[in-house]
Design a protein around this ligand. Structure first.
Ligand code: 13P
Length: 287
């Protein structure tokens, strides 16, 4: 059964480790992540962006697929199904579809509007027992080939949003989605420290987990990060393994064209990436 992310993140913050959010794109992705979490006895959060939700034929399809896998694969570790960077409408749709966790990203609104919309969702999620992630300070990333720098959140605004009763808070600390440019300045630990000082026990969320060096990840966890999002790195691992399979001509040998064979190296590569991250984040054996 899907669970809210509240308990796993409260434990992670107290135990000074982080739970990984791995974004899913299809059945192979989902299966690879769930099997790895089960094997390593780690809690896990499956992230679904609005685009990926649309791609997978809508939120209800995703909920049906994930619930089916939890049962058929005998998954016993805590699993949360989480909307990633949701709009207000998307959040409501996922609440109705049966997600167990929601992110409402109001970081692009003026703070008052972010507060008003987040408050409305806090109430809805509390009634239903769902966890809710809010965001302050937008996470940069590539748009039309231009890599925007990640903003640093205002710690007072973080406190205002945390005090609304959200479960977890994503605060921009110079992190960005996708690959980091060579001239990236690194994470702002000064900002993270100030945010944690204002928000206390609130589990903090680090987006843009792809490509952040291990020492920065560890330092971020020591300063209150309890959830780390990884997406691009699994995509790159899948792509590289699939490319190798085809370049080696394996799709042309015997039944190598069978999608169950063609997609297998990519799925194994996702498993290896997820394992590496769970070990780095310290969530292994914490189920
Ligand atoms: P990356 O794609 O950079 O790993 O970021 C994932 C993320 O933060 C999803 O919200």
């Amino acid at each position: 059964m899907l669970v809210s992310a509240k308990e796993m993140l409260t434990k992670a913050k107290a135990g000074k480790y982080a739970v990984g959010q791995f974004n899913i794109n299809n059945l192979e992705w989902t299966k690879a992540i769930l099997q790895t979490a089960q094997e390593l006895q780690s809690p896990v959060i499956l992230g679904v962006s609005e685009g990926a939700g649309k791609y997978m034929c809508g939120y209800k399809t995703v909920v049906g697929m994930v619930n089916g896998m939890l049962e058929e694969l005998n998954i016993t570790v805590p699993v949360a199904l989480h909307l990633d960077h949701g709009s207000f409408e998307g959040a409501k749709a996922c609440i109705n579809a049966g997600f167990s966790s929601i992110m409402f990203d109001g970081s692009h609104y003026p703070i008052d509007e972010n507060i008003a919309k987040t408050t409305e969702l806090v109430n809805a999620c509390n009634v239903l027992g769902l966890s809710l992630e809010a965001e302050v300070g937008s996470i940069g990333g590539e748009e039309d080939g231009v890599v925007g720098a990640g903003e640093c959140a205002d710690p007072d605004e973080c406190k205002a949003i945390a005090d609304l009763g959200v479960t977890m808070l994503a605060a921009g600390i110079g992190n960005i989605h996708g690959k980091y440019p060579d001239n990236w300045a690194g994470l702002s630990f000064e900002t993270l420290d100030a945010v944690q000082a204002k928000t206390g026990d609130m589990p903090l969320v680090l987006h843009g987990g792809t490509g952040i060096p291990a020492d920065m990840i560890k330092k971020a966890i020591s300063l209150g990060v309890a959830k780390i999002n990884v997406n691009t790195e699994c995509q790159l691992a899948f792509q590289e393994a699939t490319r190798k399979y085809i370049e080696e001509g394996k799709d042309q040998q015997g039944k190598g064209f069978d999608p169950r064979k063609l997609l297998a190296p990519g799925a194994e590569a996702i498993k290896a990436t997820v394992k590496e991250k769970m070990e780095l984040f310290g969530s292994v054996g914490k189920a």
